[in-house]
Design a protein around this ligand. Sequence first.
Ligand code: ZN
Length: 138
Amino acid sequence: MKSYRKELYFNLPTRRGFVNITPQVEQALAESGVREGLVLVNAMNITASVFINDDESGLHSDFEKWLERLAPEKPYSQYAHNGYEDNADAHLKRTVMGREVVVAITGGRLDFGTWEQIFYGEFDGKRTKRVLVKIIGE
Ligand code: ZN
């Protein structure tokens, strides 16, 4: 069995944002040489997410508004976690949007459902964060 590991780095200029990272995952898959297997993609920071959905700007705007209703950024004082930090909302948003995705690899390609794309979700940006890509198979 082959095994391949790669880290991706993100430093968004805004507090929140979504990035389609499918091309980077496809690049890692090509580097791995795996034709049949699984790829795990996970955020390595507890205020960022990796999730799968549609690359459609209206939907991304809807995610932003929905998450802000669920866990508003402000006032910072509403959260017990805040004090030294001001990112309690980012931890909550990350939990809702998820830590990781697993995608099947078939014939050397990501075996997606219709319109599926992989996204990095940032909820406390303006600093460098990591995403792990782990590929196993043959
Ligand atoms: Zn925190």
